[in-house]
Design a protein around this ligand. Structure first.
Ligand code: CTP
Length: 398
């Protein structure tokens, strides 16, 4: 049986949280309610304990003196952290990394999907600070069930009323389902640039930061896949749960990919592989006079094209196309030439995509319309990309 944590904070919409508990239970999910101390002044924790069948947690210092620390143990057990209702205060604390009660500590300790249903006065909800906090949390991967417009506790009409419990439960169940959607599958992701050295101090490369690939690997892990990340040099922290192999050159990346490919069900080539390498690399640094003004280069292996040739019927290949112009035409050509199943195209240059936190991508299949995402954080874009990959894998299977 799946277990979730339902965070309840002190908004008047709190009475609807009882229905949220019931809704999750009816869907076969065990609910652990975590109230903020202020929420416990509005409604007795006893009501939620009775409804959920488990003692409601309020005070972080009430934890039993066991070997496990309560919020850490719970953080590992849950398939979802849902907060309904979420006050401006809770949203602000999550966005700022403040951890001063059980709920905010649980948020930091957990890697489960997060669903937030805000409820507050309209002016507070629309305040640029609250909106900035919401945007920050969305960029970090949290999902929201937006509040509705209606009669508010303060007597005003406006935005800020907690969404209906059914809508919150429905969205929560969708997120829980996604945590296992790639269970049993192996996903290979490549990320970052490659470096092709001329000598120990000079190399050919590109500005790729690896952010998109790392987010994709993180998403594959979140969906339950056995995840292999082959990464070029980056300054990023490898995603927890993925097996990360670091490489420098295109040839090393190719070797790592070929080794992982036989067991991979899905391959996502997000790496910006250097297209050229020096014909005569040197083991020792050479002076510029010795090097001269012309350097001979040769093409590196095209890893995606090679995997496209080796692809078995059950395997699914996703390529990336970073273009400065004629984006769709170039991406379509690469999709066909490399025998990929999907191509994710994005614009680069003029500060776009490379090393940024946001990306606007177009997803291209061999047939059918192009899917345009609009500007998203790379976190959100990785989710859209995997939703599309999963739908396409399913279509191919049928
Ligand atoms: N790719 C690869 N091996 C290479 C070059 C590219 O596997 N040596 C992959 C990239 O990871 C990406 C896709 O191919 O998924 C397209 O990369 P891109 O550099 O846009 O395409 P190229 O084939 O190198 O074409 P271009 O002539 O535009 O550089």
């Amino acid at each position: 049986m799946k277990k979730i944590a339902l965070g309840v904070s002190s908004s008047v919409g709190i009475y609807k949280a009882c229905e949220v508990v019931r809704g999750f239970q009816k869907s076969g999910v065990e609910v652990q309610v975590v109230m903020t101390p202020n929420a416990a002044r509005l409604i007795s924790p006893l009501l939620f304990s009775s409804l959920s069948g488990t003692k409601t947690i309020v005070d972080i210092f009430e934890e039993p003196l066991a070997r496990t620390v309560g919020h850490i143990a719970l953080a590992r057990e849950i398939a979802l952290l849902c907060v309904a209702p979420a006050t401006a205060n809770v949203i602000g604390k999550f966005a700022g990394g403040v951890a001063d009660d059980f709920l905010s500590t649980l948020f930091l300790a957990s890697r489960a999907p997060v669903l937030i249903a805000p409820a507050m006065n309209e002016a507070m909800y629309l305040h640029p600070q609250t909106q900035a906090n919401i945007a920050r949390l969305k960029a970090l991967g949290a999902e929201f069930v937006e509040p509705e417009k209606g009669y508010l506790a303060c007597g005003d009409e406006g935005w800020g009323r907690l969404a209906e419990p059914e809508a919150i439960v429905l969205e929560g169940m969708r997120l829980i389902g996604r945590t296992a959607s790639l269970k049993g599958k192996t996903v290979l992701v490549t990320a970052g640039p490659t470096r092709e050295h001329l000598d120990p101090v000079r190399f050919l490369s590109n500005p790729s930061s690896g952010k998109m690939g790392y987010e994709l690997a993180r998403e594959a892990v979140a969906r339950g896949a056995e995840t292999i990340l082959v990464s070029g040099p980056t300054s990023l922290v490898p995603p927890a749960g993925a097996r990360t192999e670091f490489v420098q050159t295109a040839a090393e990346m190719q070797a790592a990919c070929l080794k992982a490919f036989p067991k991979a069900d899905i391959v996502v080539m997000a790496a910006a592989v250097s297209d050229f390498r020096f014909k005569a690399p040197r083991a020792r640094k050479a002076g510029k006079i010795e090097i001269g003004s012309t350097l001979a280069v040769e093409k590196t292996p095209d890893i995606l094209a090679l995997l496209g040739k080796k692809k078995r019927p059950g395997q699914f290949l996703v390529g990336f196309a970073a273009e400065t112009h004629d984006i769709l035409a170039h991406a379509r050509k690469k999709l066909a030439a490399k025998n990929a199943d999907l191509m994710v195209a994005n614009a680069v240059g003029e500060g776009k995509a490379f090393a940024t936190d946001d990306n606007s991508v177009r997803i291209i299949a061999p047939s059918g319309p192009v899917q345009e995402t609009g500007l998203l954080s790379k976190r959100e874009a990785s989710r859209v990309i995997f939703d599309r990959v999963e739908a396409a894998v399913e279509k191919k299977r049928r």
